[in-house]
Design a binder for this molecule. Structure first.
Ligand code: AMP
Length: 288
């Protein structure tokens, strides 16, 4: 499984990544964690990144691209990885594309966790309180002031990636306002629909077949047209983060939310293909 988790600070990327790591034994690559380790170890990269991170701004692209490039060469990458917090800019995404191409690695999906901005401060405050309760050191950038700067960076620098990956038919969006458990289930469903995990490992077999039938739909221009409907049918979906992306709530998630080139297995694969054909036909009918 090769996955990117996309979302603003406090969206739950780290929590979901941890769950996937535990279930599939793959590696979580968090550039934020790597940079914090570099800062703590006072390496040259850490010294360069320290003040930038404390201010809530983004570390220069070439630094994070270098870190990720080195990391992808490590042997533990061969079972798969989750990128958490990378890429965060379009140049980083383009550099990642190049790196993966060179290394003959195929990305399975990019999952955006979409959350209501007003909930983010609460979430970060909860995280800080929990870290304090566990006696852990609290991040210096987890303050309301720095959080608003980090959110501004997300909006201006990272949100364009939603369009970037949507155009490349890699994007699936999950309503990150659902419970941790529900978000995890949505992620598994998407991963099984694209063939990144065995459907049975994701959800019980009967549910998986139904889900694959309903989920396997390309994320791209055609879906963007039908996406309007998905927005209407997702009552609890979060506030749109950008114009280009569609919303996938619990309900709408079944209608959309999986990259185009799925590699499902057996019946699920057949059902997925059928749904894709139907969706394409509908889109064609609508367009004509
Ligand atoms: P995170 O733990 O992902 O919230 O990242 C913490 C901080 O590390 C960010 O606010 C940035 O200053 C820096 N950082 C992490 N990942 C990246 C990245 N891909 N590009 C630039 N800066 C990053």
């Amino acid at each position: 499984m090769r996955l990117i988790l996309l979302g603003p600070p406090g969206a739950g990327k780290g929590t979901q990544a941890q769950r996937l790591v535990q279930k599939y034994g793959i590696v979580q690559l968090s550039t934020g964690e790597m940079l914090r380790a570099a800062v703590a170890a006072e390496t040259p990269v850490g010294l360069q990144a320290k003040d930038i991170m404390a201010s809530g701004a983004l570390v220069p692209d070439e630094i994070v691209i270098g870190i990720i490039s080195d990391r992808l060469d490590q042997p533990d990458m061969k079972n798969g990885f989750i990128l958490d917090g990378f890429p965060r800019t379009v140049p980083q995404a383009a550099a990642l594309d190049e790196l993966l191409k060179k290394k003959h690695i195929r990305l399975d999906a990019v999952i955006e966790l979409r959350v209501n901005e007003s909930a983010l401060l609460d979430r970060v405050e909860t995280r800080v309180a929990e870290m304090r309760a566990r006696g852990e050191e609290v991040r210096i950038d987890d303050t309301p002031e720095v959080l608003s700067k980090r959110l501004a960076s997300y909006r201006s620098m990272t949100e364009p990636l939603i369009h970037y990956y949507s155009e490349r038919r890699k994007l699936a969006t999950v309503d990150g306002m659902m419970t941790i458990e529900q978000v995890t289930r949505e992620i598994y469903r998407i991963l099984s629909a694209v063939g990144a995990v065995e459907p049975r490992a994701a959800v019980p077999a009967r549910k998986a077949r139904g889900a694959a039938r309903k989920t396997a739909r390309p994320v791209g221009k055609k879906v963007a047209k039908t996406g309007k409907k998905a927005v209407k049918t997702a009552p609890k979906a979060a506030k749109p983060a950008s114009k280009g992306a569609k919303k996938v709530g619990k309900k709408a998630g079944r209608k959309a939310g999986s990259p185009a080139k799925g590699r499902g297995t057996g019946k699920a694969k057949k059902a997925a293909k059928k749904t894709v054909r139907k969706a394409a036909k509908k889109g064609h009918e609508k367009a004509s």
